[in-house]
Design a protein around this ligand. Sequence first.
Ligand code: URA
Length: 291
Amino acid sequence: MTREELTSELATVAASLRAHLEWQEETGAFGIPRGPSPAPRAASVADAVAPIEKSSFENASPESAPFKRVGGNAPSPATIEAPRARKTEPVDRAAALARLPQLAQEVAACTKCILHETRKQTVFSRGNPEARLVFIGEAPGADEDAEGIPFVGRAGQLLDKMIAAMGLSPEKDVYVCNIIKCRPPGNRRPEQEETDSCIPYLHEQLAAVAPKVIVALGNTAVGTLLGTKMGITKIRGQWKTYRGSTLVMPTYHPSYLLRPSPQQIQAKREAWEDLQAVMKELGLALPKKRS
Ligand code: URA
């Protein structure tokens, strides 16, 4: 390794540690990830999946640009085993991955809904299309529309802190995208017809990336992926499945976590619990609890 490479590596580690500590300070979750991670859980607990897991898309039928820059008394999600996912139909994953740049170009040329009239550009994804973990948000905002990359604004900065706190690199270890690829004017919520016309792109992305776990951020992502109207405060922290085969952890959207109110302190703690459940599922080292 050259001196420059070493310096850059150290800078990355320092930035990641700083982000980790900032997130910990905000969530009250202290400690640094422990040594080697425990083996992923053994037994299947399919009962941990609540009954709404059937997605409305269940029967429905990238990466070009590099990334530049239960409610009630239920046990905490970190203590619940994730359900065993069903096997998916075989997909030629290599071919699907190789098609992602082409798919991104198709998205860039898309005029299927009215949003193409007001967008500056489409926003396809960032991160590693071969990652085991995918984060899905709602739709690009103004910053993303300007840069053509998802989650580059304030919410994205918080998302990156959350990812770094998991001990992961936002560039190498995760794939980040949205339910829809164009910015709705004024950052309004996407209309149903906009989601309906855009969602096949996401299905194709997910079939190619084939993640082990999806973190669905906020109501739109959760509602669309899982076909539920259940609000995020009720559903967060409960393992679900996408198309019966990929684990989904619903949690709060970083934009919600950024709102300055006392509720957000609790919400950040809950989001961190949800992410720890994901870490456990992926066999990642969990931070040591402060005694
Ligand atoms: N919010 C989202 O849901 N997605 C983005 O890309 C940015 C903000």
